[in-house]
Design a protein around this ligand. Sequence first.
Ligand SMILES: NC(=O)c1ccc[n+]([C@@H]2O[C@H](COP(=O)([O-])OP(=O)(O)OC[C@H]3O[C@@H](n4cnc5c(N)ncnc54)[C@H](O)[C@@H]3O)[C@@H](O)[C@H]2O)c1
Length: 252
Amino acid sequence: MGMLDQKVSIITGAGGGIGRATAEIFAREGAVLVLSDLPNAGGQETAELVRSQGGEAIFVAADVTKRAEVASIVAAAIDTYGRLDCAFNNAGIVGVLHPLNGYPDDVFEAVLNVNFKGTWYCMQEELAVMAKAGKGAIVNTASVYGEVGAANTPIYTATKHAVMGMTKVAALDHVTENIRVNAVLPGVIDTAMPAALMEGVPGGADAFIPTMPIGRLGRASEIGEAVAWLCSDRASLVTGTGLDVDGGHNAH
Ligand SMILES: NC(=O)c1ccc[n+]([C@@H]2O[C@H](COP(=O)([O-])OP(=O)(O)OC[C@H]3O[C@@H](n4cnc5c(N)ncnc54)[C@H](O)[C@@H]3O)[C@@H](O)[C@H]2O)c1
């Protein structure tokens, strides 16, 4: 029996990177998956990948910045499987590298909407059904920059700090309802995100390796393993916390 046996689980940002790797790990641990991402962002392919490995998954195209679309993800879990046990709110964007002074307004709005508002909407819709059921586990994707600052990432760092804030408060608000809310704080993980951020920079994403005391970038599956544990009943006393999965990035 897997750690997440028969747990109906939403994963957003499931089209690639950390979301896809986590979907594979959840499926291996027995979870039943409701995968979501923007249309044509790889989410359907992740669902097919999970099914090809013997797992159970549906895909729901949704933009997390739109409340009605977020509600449709939760509704799909209830309509298809009758309940919602776990949610990994993982969709996120990084923006561009630029100081706060002069940071482009359109990118500011976009990062704010996906990382802050998107996580907020997801938690609201998920908590509503979990509170009715009297059980549930939520994990939000923050970042090492949810705990420390990094130059030239003003809105990304601000929104990831906000994710930590809403994680802690939601955990306290629902602690007596058998609902746990936590966050995972990845270090620099080898996905499309840091690669795109460092496009044109010599070394690409590997330019981040000196920030990782472990001496390498993280693997998306290493985040998925932590998320699976946080969502499982094995983490029954863990709520309101942020788990650094970062090769020592924030150990100092
Ligand atoms: N890769 C890293 O180094 C790193 C480090 C710390 C935190 N994170 C966080 O991990 C999460 C996953 O990132 P990743 O590294 O897998 O990158 P990624 O770009 O592969 O994944 C992000 C996913 O979010 C989806 N997404 C973007 N906007 C969306 C929207 N409006 N609605 C729904 N989905 C949307 C994208 O389509 C994509 O599939 C993000 O929240 C990111 O901030 C990543």
